[in-house]
Design a protein around this ligand. Structure first.
Ligand SMILES: C[S@@+](CC[C@H](N)C(=O)[O-])C[C@H]1O[C@@H](n2cnc3c(N)ncnc32)[C@H](O)[C@@H]1O
Length: 237
């Protein structure tokens, strides 16, 4: 399923919606309504307000919509994606910005070559299957310097109704490209609680916020040192 998810995005890169410029195709075929674009702007503004500075790692950068925002405050952005096709589109958007280093890699197998001041990922965590969520959070933590920051965004659980899931509440969705080809992709709609608890287990405290209908965004910080077990207990209560 992880391989098929990667392949789906390789094949989808050419028709990926560029909602920053209002071009491209959307899941389901039609453009979302104005509330979607307005709330997407809210999330972009939240990322801008977070002012992620220093060396930033962007996991699953896609076509670079968010990279374009990150370069405003970061000293450097390592933009990682498993799809060469996505990276090519991002390169075209970023216009050889010297702050950006592109890395073609599968994040799960990638070995970071430095510690980062911040790690960010947009519309990615829902593609992490539940059996890999702790591994993912732990890897994010390992990529961060002590007190390094995280910021991420994805769809709220309410968006589940737009997906063709293999079973209600499951984490496998069927996606169809313009040419009719179908792919099974990982799509898990995590609750705020699941996200908060999972990152806390890896020593990252996050605060999750919702836009009115469509998205959640989370910002947080790696704790300075290993979290004492009493603090973990506090969080679970
Ligand atoms: C929903 S897109 C999000 C792209 C971008 N962050 C955005 O918001 O437009 C998911 C991205 O994850 C990438 N991806 C999928 N599996 C991956 C993996 N195992 N490692 C790294 N990137 C992966 C895909 O190529 C795709 O660009």
């Amino acid at each position: 399923m992880l391989e098929e998810t990667k392949e789906y995005y390789r094949q989808r890169a050419a028709q990926y919606s560029d909602w920053a410029n209002r071009t491209g195709n959307y899941e389901g075929g039609s453009e979302p309504d104005e509330s979607w674009f307005s709330e997407a702007r809210t999330v972009i503004e939240a990322l801008e307000a977070a002012r992620l500075d220093g060396d930033v790692l962007e996991v699953a950068c896609g076509t670079g919509i968010w990279t374009d925002v990150l370069v405003k405050n970061a000293n450097s952005v390592t933009a990682l994606d498993s799809s060469q096709e996505m990276i090519e589109r991002s390169k075209a958007r970023l216009k050889a910005n010297p702050k950006v280093r592109f890395v073609l890699a599968d994040f799960y197998g990638w070995l970071p070559d430095m510690a980062y001041d911040a790690v960010t990922f947009s519309f990615w965590i829902s593609h992490v299957p539940s059996w890999k969520l702790d591994e993912f959070a732990s890897k994010v933590s390992k990529c961060l310097k002590p007190e390094g920051r995280v910021f991420f965004v994805d769809q709220r659980r309410e968006a589940m109704k737009y997906e063709t899931l293999d079973r209600p509440g499951g984490e496998v969705a069927t996606r169809t490209l313009d040419d009719g080809r179908q792919f099974k992709v990982v799509k898990h709609f995590y609750s705020s609680e699941e996200i908060g608890e999972c990152f806390m287990r890896s020593g990252i405290r996050v605060r999750v916020m919702n836009t009115p209908t469509h998205f959640f965004y989370a910002s947080g910080q790696k704790l300075p040192e290993a979290l004492p077990s009493s603090a973990q207990d506090d969080h679970r209560r």
